[in-house]
Design a binder for this molecule. Structure first.
Ligand SMILES: [Mn+2]
Length: 326
């Protein structure tokens, strides 16, 4: 069962940690991972930030001071005694590091808010209706302050936590936003979070090329049965505009945010016959169900999956499933 105090005791009582998250990192997993990293560093633990994927451009401001290492680099360090803290990973198989590193850890700690989380790990703190994993880390650090009477949330940690809260709640507008999320935002501001840095870096620093790509993606917009909107980002579009695949997340909301549309779908061609699908819903459709059909997962209002087919076929397949949810 969820037990924050056990996790706090374990973190305080051990010395070596890997913090990591899932593939294709977003604001919540970078925010939660780095806040955990700084928390453990402040306790004078040895901490390694191991992740095999790099951060999108708009989140680079958080990772600039951090030494991120790959699974391979970690293995070459020959460290055998360590614990693994996995943050914002709904599925053990989506943790972005080598299987050997995962199976050789002393204890695996799972902190997450995905519906698909099956409570893996030796310790877990999983709240499926929490706004973000950052909100769970925030709860954990607040509790640590209560228990140890030591100020735990410094300015750096507050800025990391604020990032995940803002990205997962759409700046406190999505339906996963709760009273506790507003409390958290307020307390992070009081703790010295650089809220303007977060908002300007994450939402207000899109490269010029991004808008060229967005224009092309908007041109591909199609509506099915009034309530389903699809958009595509192809490899050709990425090449023409010079945008990297990992920097395309900002395109996702546009499909959903159309009058009368309930489900917005963005299909992104990651490779040949490898289509990453991002699903968003506005008020009632459960898009995690649609993602699950194709082996993906996520939340009721935001989910994703990968379909191994052409982008045209993938679009047909996902629309067929989406029609069942509207
Ligand atoms: Mn999240």
């Amino acid at each position: 069962m969820n037990n924050i105090d056990n996790i706090i005791n374990y973190l305080n009582g051990s010395n070596d940690f890997i913090v990591t998250s899932h593939i294709n990192p977003d604001g919540d997993n970078i925010g939660s991972t780095l806040s955990m990293y700084y928390f453990l560093k402040n306790l004078n633990k040895r901490v390694y930030y191991v992740l095999d994927d790099s951060a999108p451009l708009n989140l680079q401001f958080l990772v600039n001071d951090i030494n991120r290492i790959s699974s391979q680099e970690f293995k070459e360090m020959n460290i055998n005694d360590y614990n693994l803290v996995a943050l914002d990973c709904g599925d053990k198989n989506r943790i972005c590091l080598d299987d050997n590193i995962m199976s050789n850890c002393n204890k695996l700690i799972n902190i997450d808010h995905h519906d698909s989380n099956d409570l893996y790990g030796d310790y877990y703190y999983v709240v499926k209706d929490a706004s973000s994993t950052c909100e769970l880390v925030y709860n954990l650090l607040k509790r640590n302050e209560e228990i140890t009477k030591v100020k735990t949330i410094d300015e750096k940690i507050a800025t990391c936590l604020y990032t995940g809260l803002m990205t997962d709640t759409g700046k406190l507008t999505y339906s996963n936003t709760q009273a506790s999320s507003f409390d958290m935002a307020k307390n992070l501001l009081l703790a010295g979070a650089d809220t303007q840095l977060v908002v300007q870096s994450v939402f207000g620093s899109n490269p010029f090329n991004f808008y060229k790509l967005l224009g092309e993606a908007l041109n591909s917009l199609e509506i099915t049965n009034i309530k389903i909107a699809t958009m595509c980002v192809t490899q050709d579009m990425l090449k023409r505009t010079g945008v990297d695949f990992k920097d395309t997340d900002g395109v996702t909301p546009y499909a959903r945010d159309i009058e009368n549309v309930e489900i917005g779908i963005l299909l992104k061609e990651k490779g040949n016959n490898e289509i990453k699908v991002s699903l968003r819903s506005k008020s009632y459709a459960d898009v995690s169900k649609i993602a699950k059909v194709f082996g993906g997962g996520g939340h009721i209002r935001a989910a994703g999956c990968t379909i191994y087919d052409t982008i045209e076929n993938a679009k047909e397949k996902i629309i067929q499933e989406a029609l069942k949810e509207i």
